[in-house]
Design a protein around this ligand. Structure first.
Ligand SMILES: Cc1ncc(COP(=O)(O)O)c(C=O)c1O
Length: 375
């Protein structure tokens, strides 16, 4: 578990729960870590993971670029005066009005993964630089993208040839190995699968400028079996890239791994209820208002959770944790280890919750978005 705040600091926070606290220092350090292990790459933070102003500002200040997925995200970047050359429009299927908004702002790098999308980009953003998203093996990742996004390898060359015919620049290739990946070799294997494609493109005189290896870098949640370090991913990717016919510039789009460990969520116990199988603690935050990724979909995330107060002599017990709404999906864990005598009013801290939670808050049962603080 990554402990970004001391227990004493958390104990001293007297805000009304539920609330998030982000550490700007942790964010800066994480960005530096990405730069350390991928020194010759460009980093574009995938802002879909969390788009709080404090997160964007902090990453902008340390030099990050941004991968944006809609004109709504672009609007947030414009408010911070992020220049267009630090922005990628990374969703491979896009509404025309959004492409226009990016083009008007001066963003000229767009992902795509089909012929119709290419025609669409060419008609709205002539001369744009386009990179083709390819579907790669994402087995073992908690959230998989290969069904919905990415073309097959055989289409890469025809798509980039067509891009040039349309007056666009054949800028590069991208892939995403799936979010919260569990195979440390997933990126390396994806690079390796592109070797013959790069060779073919080279023979046709179509050298690409970038290879975008996407996101997917995992975090050490309570539900994560084995740690995958950036160091090992970087090492295997670098070795594989050396084998390519030439070395395109590396681009990374980390979302989760950039921001997850920089925030905690503080919640209060609103009820303690005995049911047949579990003792339930109902909290003032749940999957709809702060812990969305606990919701089981392709997989789900379980967070490290600790009590703000000590366990005294009572020892610990296993609890099921539920959010405050009337929905049966609103269950955060069935295996939280917490002080046995935990009671209504006690505060719990969920760790590493910075990614894909605040951006997913809904208004189910009317519960509002938790407050967000930065230190
Ligand atoms: C195009 C693109 N880039 C980057 C990311 C970030 O992925 P992760 O949060 O797993 O690092 C995503 C996630 O959905 C994505 O769709």
């Amino acid at each position: 578990m990554v402990d970004i705040f001391s227990k004493k600091f958390l104990e001293g926070l007297e805000y009304e729960t539920p609330f998030f606290v982000f550490s700007k220092k942790a964010l800066r350090e994480r960005y530096k870590e990405f730069k350390k292990y991928f020194p010759d790459s460009s980093i574009y933070y995938a802002m879909k993971a969390d788009a709080e102003k404090g997160v964007l500002e902090t990453l902008f200040e340390v030099g990050s670029g941004f991968e944006a997925a809609s004109l709504y995200e672009l609007k947030l970047l414009k408010e911070l005066h992020v220049p267009p050359d630090r922005i990628l429009y990374g969703t491979s299927v896009k509404p025309t009005s959004h492409i226009k908004e990016f083009h008007d702002y001066g963003v000229n790098r767009f992902a795509f993964d089909s012929f119709p999308e290419l025609e669409k980009i060419a008609s709205i953003a002539p001369k744009a630089r386009v990179y083709v998203r390819v579907s790669v093996n994402d087995a073992g990742s908690i959230y998989r993208f290969s069904e919905k996004f990415g073309t097959v390898h055989e289409n890469i060359v025809p798509l980039l040839v067509r891009a040039r015919e349309l007056g666009l620049e054949h800028y590069g290739i991208s892939f995403h190995v799936g979010s919260q990946a569990s195979n440390p070799e997933a990126w390396k294997n994806a690079v390796s699968s592109l070797h013959p494609v790069l060779k073919h493109l080279h023979e046709l005189g179509l050298k690409i400028e970038i290879l975008n290896i996407g996101g997917g870098y995992p975090c050490m949640y309570a539900s994560t079996d084995e740690e995958i370090t950036l160091k090992e991913v970087a090492k295997s990717v670098a070795a594989e890239c050396k084998k390519l016919p030439y070395q395109p510039h590396l681009v990374l789009e980390p979302g989760r791994a950039m921001v997850a460990d920089s925030a905690v969520l503080v919640t209060s116990v609103i009820a303690r209820v005995e049911r047949i199988e579990h003792t339930w603690l109902f909290l003032d935050a749940g999957v709809y208002n702060g812990l969305f990724e606990s919701l089981a979909y392709q997989g789900s995330i379980r967070y490290h959770v600790t009590a703000v107060r000590p366990s005294y002599d009572a020892g610990e017990a296993t609890f099921a944790l539920a959010g405050p709404t009337g929905d049966s999906w609103d269950v955060v864990s069935r295996e939280a280890q917490l002080p046995q005598d935990i009671a209504v009013g006690d505060k719990l801290v969920f760790h590493s919750v910075g990614a894909y939670n605040l951006v997913m808050v809904g208004r189910f049962n009317g519960f509002p978005k938790p407050a967000v603080y930065f230190v």
